[in-house]
Design a protein around this ligand. Structure first.
Ligand code: PFF
Length: 451
């Protein structure tokens, strides 16, 4: 019954659903800490350049592949060119790596939500609160399991409509709240320097790692190179303007990410000084800095609670789209019922995610090429697999299927102003940049180059 391929109601439906998947922890948690770590303004500048060139090229290609074939990644590549069928499968591996650790962070968000709801703002703002929490064994795993179960319930019920409806109400609230907290954070004494660091590009902070981090983030944030946008494209109606929709998703996703950074990075300067150590907190940045901001606010516990509730919602909509992708792939392969498949995938996520979570505590001795488990999963998916999938997509569409197929699909409705630019990007610029970036990422991880 749910095999039947639905379609989005129209342009808004597509944009909202894709934005629901795109806007998540990537924007609110990952972008700010990467921007803080990789030089602030210069990271943002590179990210913006990549978004309008590489991001645009890949997203419009993926959505068009989906709409043209009416299939999700695994079948779509096969239909376009049999020799590239494997690319679809490769793309499908990525969500399997991301889902478990995404849910671990989701668990952290629930923990903070509960802390704020139960009035433990001051404790949560303490310097060691976060580190103590994640290095425990049982607690983080418990919150992680709760997050996974919430996600799994929605996937089993298949309440897509409800989630879509909730998005239309909750996403605007999230935007308003983010703007409000960003303004508060920017106006704290000492935040000016942080604002400058975050917005003014300085070449002094530029390095190849900055480009690499920005590109990995772009893929992650826009749910690219993992088959998601192909599936979404397959649900898109022929009369929905494709190019404009893609531009809108990109804009929305980028604005939220930059706002999230405005909320966090200046606050790092105001509350912890702008030294390297404070900026380098990595994945924990959001959980260490924001509680301090809330603690210093009147009604901080209420605002903090509302904030974490919205982050939880954004994380859930993304996690649902991740789990849903895993489930539909396993189902296509094994032909089991939705319930059974969700159960199998959930058990997989629970096992792998628990290991990732324990990687901050009892399993912290497990280091793979110098990385903890979460960082390693993040590295394999974002810095290795996604560039490979993206390169193969460009080669397949640029040289075998040919760019005109995409251009014609885009031009079924509305014009494709940048089609010349697109062709050059798809055939040459994107694959060459991606290959260089991939080589660099791997050599850096294996210790051949140091930056
Ligand atoms: N784009 C999401 C984020 O920025 O949080 C992460 C994500 C969600 C990736 C769903 C992939 C996906 F299918």
């Amino acid at each position: 019954m749910d095999k039947k391929r639905g379609s989005f109601s129209g342009k808004l439906g597509f944009v909202l659903a894709a934005a629901g998947s795109a806007v998540g922890l990537g924007n609110l948690w990952r972008f700010p800490y990467l921007a803080a770590k990789h030089g602030g303004g210069i990271f943002i500048l590179i990210y913006l350049i990549l978004a309008v060139t590489l991001g645009f090229t890949l997203m419009i290609t993926e959505v068009s592949i989906g709409r043209k074939t009416g299939l999700s990644a695994a079948g779509a590549f096969h239909k376009l060119d049999k020799r590239f069928g494997f690319v679809g499968y490769l793309a499908c591996v990525v969500p399997f790596i991301i889902t478990p650790y995404y849910c671990v962070i989701g668990g952290w968000v629930i923990k903070y939500l509960i802390a704020f709801v139960t009035g433990q703002v001051e404790a949560a703002a303490g310097d060691d609160y976060f580190t103590t929490f994640i290095s425990e064994a049982a607690q983080p795993v418990l919150w992680f399991a709760i997050f996974v179960l919430l996600t799994a319930i929605v996937v089993i019920l298949g309440v897509e409509k409800g989630v879509e409806k909730a998005s239309t109400i909750l996403m605007p609230i999230l935007v308003l709240l983010t703007i409000g907290i960003a303004i508060y954070s920017i106006t704290r004494p000492g935040a000016g320097e942080g604002l400058r660091y975050y917005l003014l590009p300085s070449m002094e902070h530029f390095s190849a790692t900055t480009v690499l981090a920005a590109m990995g983030q772009l893929f992650y944030s826009m749910s690219l190179a993992m088959g998601i946008m192909i599936t979404y494209g397959s649900y898109m109606k022929k009369d929905t303007p494709l190019r404009n929709s893609v531009r809108q998703i990109e804009l929305f996703d980028t604005v939220i990410a930059i706002l999230a950074g405005l909320m966090i990075v200046p606050a790092v300067f105001a509350f912890s000084g702008g030294n390297e150590e404070a900026l380098n907190k990595g994945p924990s940045l959001m959980f260490i800095t924001l509680p301090k901001v809330f603690d210093s606010m009147t009604f901080g516990s209420v605002i903090g609670a509302v904030f974490f509730l919205l982050v939880l919602f954004a994380a859930l909509t993304s996690a649902i789209s991740l789990l849903e992708t895993n489930v539909s792939m396993v189902r296509d392969k094994l032909g089991l019922s939705r319930k059974k498949t969700t159960l199998i995938v959930t058990i997989y996520v629970l096992i792998v995610g628990s290991l990732v979570s324990l990687g901050f505590g009892p399993l912290d001795f497990v280091q793979i090429i110098g990385m903890g488990l979460l960082d390693f999963c993040d590295f394999v998916s974002n810095s290795v697999l996604m560039p490979i999938v993206a390169i193969l997509t460009c080669v397949c569409m640029g040289f075998f299927v040919k760019p005109h197929v995409i251009i014609e699909e885009v031009e079924t409705n509305g014009d494709f102003k940048e089609k010349k630019f697109y062709t050059v990007m798809l055939k040459w610029v994107a694959p060459i940049c991606l290959i260089l970036i991939l080589i660099f990422a791997v050599s850096e991880a294996l210790g051949f180059v140091t930056v």
